[in-house]
Design a protein around this ligand. Structure first.
Ligand code: NIG
Ligand code: FE
Length: 388
């Protein structure tokens, strides 16, 4: 039996490990090296102390960070909504109504078209440093269209989420409870084999209320799916509290929170996933990330990449927004985009470069991780080492 050669990655000006062994916060190591074997990190530390390896790769005095973990995207869709964006920038409000436009386009698309779009977007994400990505359904909203969305996504990522409860589609507008029966019955049965997670857009008035969300998440749990929620995006609401009560891995958006929501997040350990691309693209107030961190809440950052509320695939852009608009420090924002996203997906093997982690290394065209927020809009990801 032959074993894969080990690789010494050296010439790292600054290494972000998220490893407490190397210190608090990002576990920074200056003048660092990493040894990788069989796709895993087997050693990190100062280059002067690096062990020998079969091969050697010099990154030329650049910073290396763990691959970003984008824990919230909607990449299975067809078409775009550029005109809706332009109208919003001219003053129209965002209320989620445009989701139905994308549903129509998605239903009309072939499997090949949906896969081509998915691959295009996954390529964009990867070129910007994302190595783990969650993908939701939610633009099919029929049994067949939700199941194929998840089948196509599951070929490309293990982190797939059934979002049949995105909105009530027009053909069920007169009977929303009938639609909930469809989601929790035949649609869930067809989708569960291709999904790890189940999600509900809990936004009374625009999508689903707390009772409906509870029913849908319970059905999902009975089918073996783990729950997560879109909550408190468009206004204050019951979603965050429900997610905390149910002990979900994450509640996402968290734009409108009261003091009780913050306490519930802190006490439950449910991760608050912040999606600042949405506030940017809908010209809405940003969530108070500083308040969450100061309260001891676990925070993740994700793109929410979708054709309506946030058509960005860039985690570096979200890091820059989190620093500028939500008052996270650059270190907190990078942590939220890596180990925070991993916590939101309950993944131990990604989001950090501790011994045993997946060797997803992002080489920046910069000497420090600080440049991710300091140089917004600049393509700083030089290369991504590790799995395809
Ligand atoms: O996360 N909030 C609901 N769903 C998406 C928006 C989808 C869309 O506008 O197409 C979101 O923002
Ligand atoms: Fe979303």
């Amino acid at each position: 039996m032959t074993s894969l050669p080990s690789l010494l990655v050296t010439g790292i000006a600054e290494l972000v490990t998220n490893d407490p062994r190397h210190g608090e916060g990002l576990g920074l190591v200056p003048a660092a090296a990493v040894v990788v074997e069989a796709g895993r990190v087997v050693w990190t530390g100062g280059a002067a102390h690096a062990p020998a390896a079969d091969e050697r790769y010099h990154v030329g005095g650049r910073a290396v960070v763990p691959g970003f973990v984008d824990s919230h995207t909607h990449l299975v869709f067809a078409g775009d909504r550029a005109a809706e964006f332009a109208a919003r920038m001219a003053g129209e409000p965002y209320d989620g109504g445009g989701i139905r436009t994308t549903v129509t386009a998605t239903r009309a698309a072939s499997d090949e078209q949906l896969t081509a779009n998915l691959l295009r977007l996954l390529g964009e994400l990867r070129r910007q440093g994302t190595t783990t990505v969650e993908v939701k359904s939610g633009y099919g909203l029929t049994v067949a269209d939700e199941a194929r969305s998840l089948l196509l996504a599951s070929r490309l990522t293990p982190e797939t989420t059934f979002l049949g409860a995105h909105v009530v589609p027009v053909e069920h507008a007169a009977d929303p409870d009938g639609y909930v029966d469809l989601v929790t019955g035949p649609m869930l049965a067809a989708c569960a084999p291709y999904a790890r997670w189940i999600d509900v857009f809990c936004e009374p008035g625009s999508a689903f209320d707390a009772d409906q969300a509870r029913t849908i998440l319970a059905a999902g749990a009975a089918a073996g799916l783990h729950g997560r929620l879109h909550a408190n995006q468009l206004g204050p609401g019951p979603g965050v509290r429900l997610g905390c009560e149910l002990g979900l891995a994450a509640v996402d958006h968290c734009t409108f929170l009261d003091a009780g929501d913050v306490t519930a997040l802190r006490d439950s350990g449910t991760v608050a996933t912040l999606l600042p691309g949405v506030e940017f693209s809908t010209r809405s107030p940003f969530p108070d990330g500083r308040r969450l961190l100061d309260a001891g809440v676990g925070v993740a950052l994700a793109t929410d990449c979708n054709p309506g509320s946030s058509y960005t695939s860039s985690m570096p852009f979200c890091i820059a927004l989190a620093v500028r608009e939500m008052r996270l420090t650059p270190a907190e924002a990078v942590a939220a985009a890596t180990v925070g996203g991993a916590a939101a997906l309950r993944r131990e093997d990604v989001g950090h470069l501790r011994v045993g982690a997946r060797a997803d290394l992002v080489v920046l065209d910069a000497p420090s991780y600080l440049h991710l927020a300091y140089r917004p809009g600049v393509p700083l990801v030089r290369e991504v080492l590790g799995r395809e």
